[in-house]
Design a protein around this ligand. Structure first.
Ligand code: HEM
Ligand code: HEM
Length: 400
């Protein structure tokens, strides 16, 4: 009598098995070939989180759809070995990506994760107090070794699959092959619990993704106007800024490539008379969460604690004072208070006043080091240049 396997895994189990086997192989290759390339790191994290999601769904699927029994003739020891390998695989499929997520959460670099360039993914909760180089390095070491554990298990797994396909208790390999190859395949088990397995995992991941969005959302609604009622609130504006026609932009270099962005939301109080420069005062409130670069990863990174830290410091204040005339325009001292610490740099600008209309174009160069932005991840400016140029193009009308 043949001891062949009686039935196949469900179609979904088979699809998940092969999709995950391929993704894991690709991920190991990618992990070893990231070459300090930010896009590859982001892809690695995106696929890794997807694998975590699929592994949880797959485990839930397995609870709802127990695997077909192994052939009766298979020796007990080999059955146990096969189960141990499968359990170890599941542990790695969940443990490695979870470890990767933990690693980036405690990393001193605090680099944001944006899944597939579109979905902001939070760091693991309750890891803020653990951020540090030592822990990061330990977790990265274990994470890398996890790949070798997969490879070692795979050797056992494939050897087992071959032995139990062609050995006396034949047909085990066919259990994991879609029913595309004719009648020789045993029938698939009926499937149940799609909603439980995928709905449950999707709901869990939805909640996690939502915390990232809610985190950003509460910060924006809870933002008090930074300097309301402060000592400098008393600027007697004599100009009305035309925000539609004005712009505050920034530009720098990342990994040798120029990037630029803009602050979409800001307000300015301007008291300026070319005949009384001593009395001239300008105060600009910038909503730091409104920084847009056209690239979600940059936008998310800028909001992170290590950069603008917008959850704690949603607004920055720029105050201009000490106006003087220079050869081809004006100069002022621009004092930027970004994370509670004021930093002053010269701002050079040209100004044309034509009747009631004024047109200003200026620029100032800030140092990330002086402003304490991105200093944990890149103090030596090997990724993002230390100098960031801020350009202002302002249009205003004199108050009647
Ligand atoms: C099953 C999924 C995953 C596999 C198989 C995997 C595999 C690997 C491998 C083989 C490396 C190279 C290690 C080395 O050079 O020694 C690596 C590095 C890395 N992985 Fe993963 N990974 C997975 C998921 C994740 C996830 C979900 C994240 C983060 C959310 C992540 C973050 C990283 C990072 C940041 C590194 C670079 C570590 C370093 O600084 O050396 N990985 N991964
Ligand atoms: C990294 C790659 C792989 C991983 C992580 C993996 C993981 C697994 C896991 C966890 C199971 C048990 C499924 C369950 O009972 O829920 C399984 C079953 C199976 N895998 Fe793989 N597998 C991989 C690659 C392969 C390859 C390359 C082959 C083909 C030679 C293969 C053939 C099989 C077969 C035939 C079964 C059914 C065995 C049985 O029911 O006892 N797998 N695999």
């Amino acid at each position: 009598m043949s001891a062949a396997a009686s039935s196949r895994y469900t179609g979904i189990a088979i699809a998940l098995h092969w999709a995950m086997a391929a993704s894991l192989a690709f991920m190991i290759w990618l992990g070893w070939n990231m070459d300090e390339n930010e896009a590859r790191y982001q892809l690695h994290k995106s696929i890794g989180i997807t694998i975590l999601f699929l592994a949880l769904a797959r485990l839930a699927w397995r609870f709802a759809n127990p695997p077909p029994p192994l052939p009766e003739g298979m020796p007990a020891l080999e059955k146990t070995a096969s189960h141990v390998v499968h359990i170890a695989f599941y542990a790695l499929m969940i443990g490695i990506p979870l470890g990767g997520w933990f690693m980036v959460s405690v990393s001193p670099f605090q680099i944001s994760t944006v899944l597939y360039g579109v979905l902001s993914w939070p760091h693991l909760p309750f890891t803020e107090g653990l951020i540090g180089k030592d822990l990061y390095e330990i977790v990265a070491f274990v994470h890398g070794k996890g790949a070798w554990a997969i490879i070692a298990l795979l050797a056992l797994h494939v050897a087992g699959a071959i032995k139990h396909e062609f050995g006396p208790e034949e047909g085990v390999f066919k259990r994991m092959i879609p029913g595309l190859f004719g009648k020789a395949n045993p029938p698939a088990l009926p499937a149940r619990g799609v909603l439980f397995a995928f709905g449950g995992s999707l709901a869990l991941f939805g909640v996690i993704a939502a915390t990232a969005l809610i985190g950003a959302g509460t910060a924006s609604s809870a933002a008090p106007p930074a300097s309301a009622g402060g000592p400098s609130a008393a600027i007697a504006s004599n100009w009305i800024v035309d925000y539609e026609a004005s712009e505050i932009a920034f530009a720098g270099l990342h990994d040798g490539n120029a990037f630029k962005g803009e602050f979409e939301t800001w307000t300015a109080d301007v008291a300026f008379d070319p005949g009384a420069l001593d009395a001239a005062r300008v105060r600009v409130l910038v909503d730091m969460r409104s920084a847009k670069t056209g690239k979600k990863l940059y936008d998310d990174s800028l909001r992170a604690r290590e950069w603008f830290s917008t959850a704690d410091h949603p607004e920055a204040i720029v105050e201009l004072s000490g106006f003087t005339r220079s050869a081809n325009g004006y100069q002022a001292s621009a004092t930027l208070t970004l994370k509670g610490k004021p930093v002053s740099v010269p701002l050079r600008f040209t100004l044309e006043i034509d009747g009631v209309e004024a047109k200003l174009d200026g620029s100032a160069v800030f140092s990330r080091k002086a402003l304490d932005i991105g200093q944990a991840s890149d103090a030596s400016a090997s990724w993002v240049a230390d100098e960031v140029t801020v350009t202002v193009s302002g249009r205003a009308n004199r108050k009647p």
